[in-house]
Unconditional design. Structure first.
Length: 343
């Protein structure tokens, strides 16, 4: 950390991940706040110039968070840090600590910041399609576009963590210490987006169960064979990473009075795994992509809806994706990935 003078700031946890890269760049362009990056790994060099501070540490480290608390005046938190779905299934207790206890630590930090500077702290939280748990493929087909309040029965620890943290955010926003004499009303403004599978051309996939889509692209561009761990016919919603960043910023800037809920679905396109493979092979004719479903991971993807209803986001804060499937692949993913690997 640079010095011990508190500065108006946005705190970004998990800053070195896929979403953090795009978010830091966009927030820096706006220039309204100092950016404080926090990650368990050192921030990539090209991002450090955008940040007033780049902190290496764990969101479970109380002393570290106390230092952040004492040094900066934080008006918004982007809590991106999480243990993702596939890894979480191997270490569910560790996932709970990071995903739930870590989130509580950040919510408490936001509450204390609000008490100190007297303004509401916005808390931006990327949730996930993993909070859904559709019981079987017949139900998945019949369900159509799933609303926020439907099929909230996750079968993964990551999904359970995200769903619980959505409830925590609502509690800290509206009911925190509601029986206490010093009850603080309006300390946090929690806003969450349930993201579909995200595909980035800039950063490598990092352990999500929907990562078969970006893994196909990156493997093909590097002339590596790839065995997809789901069936060809599996279908879930996806989104290009620039739209995900745009959505977070759009929701952050939406007037509170326009919002009718704390958690919103958004989506863009819903191709099958086979349709994704077809697009990849069209651009990389040498690609060797086969399908070798992993029954356990397949079951997780089958429990997620084929599509979600994002009407509330469209009505409340004007959400609309800039990248449909054709533009996502044709103007973003394929050109950027070819540039990345110099093809």
């Amino acid at each position: 950390m640079q010095d011990h003078i508190r500065k108006p700031a946005i705190l970004i946890t998990g800053a070195n991940g896929e979403m953090g890269h795009g978010l830091i760049t966009r927030l820096a362009e706006a220039g309204k706040y100092h950016l404080i990056a926090l990650d368990v790994r050192p921030l990539d060099a090209e991002l450090q110039r955008y940040c007033s501070a780049s902190i290496v540490g764990d969101i479970l480290e109380q002393r570290l968070l106390e230092r952040v608390q004492s040094e900066y005046e934080i008006h918004c938190v982007y809590h991106l840090a999480a243990l993702l779905s596939t890894r979480a299934e191997f270490t569910p207790e560790a996932a709970h600590r990071v995903n739930v206890e870590g989130t509580i630590n950040l919510l408490k930090l936001a509450i204390e910041q609000s008490r100190w500077h007297g303004e509401t702290v916005k808390f931006m939280f990327p949730s996930s399609i993993a909070i859904y748990g559709v019981p079987d493929l017949k139900t998945k087909t019949q369900a159509g576009k799933v609303k926020e309040t439907e099929w909230n029965y996750p079968i993964t620890m990551y999904g359970c963590n995200k769903l619980y943290c959505e409830h925590l955010g609502r509690y800290y926003t509206s009911h925190y210490r509601q029986l206490a004499a010093d009850h603080l009303s309006g300390g946090i403004d929690f806003r969450a987006i349930r993201f579909p599978g995200l595909i980035s051309a800039i950063t490598l996939p990092s352990g999500g169960t929907s990562d078969y889509a970006p893994e196909m692209l990156h493997a093909a561009a590097q002339r590596q064979s790839y065995a997809c761990f789901v069936r060809e016919d599996v279908r879930i919603p996806f989104m290009a990473m620039p739209d995900a960043i745009h959505a977070l910023l759009q929701l952050q800037n939406a007037p509170h009075v326009q919002l009718t809920q704390t958690v919103y679905n958004i989506t863009s396109f819903s191709p099958s795994a086979g349709e994704i493979r077809t697009r990849v092979v069209q651009e990389f004719p040498h690609a060797e992509i086969t399908f070798k479903p992993d029954d356990k991971r397949q079951a997780i993807v089958d429990s997620w809806p084929a599509d979600v209803d994002d009407t509330k986001a469209r009505n409340d804060w004007g959400w609309a994706p800039e990248y449909d499937e054709d533009r996502a692949f044709g103007e973003y993913l394929i050109p950027e990935i070819k540039r990345r690997y110099r093809q």
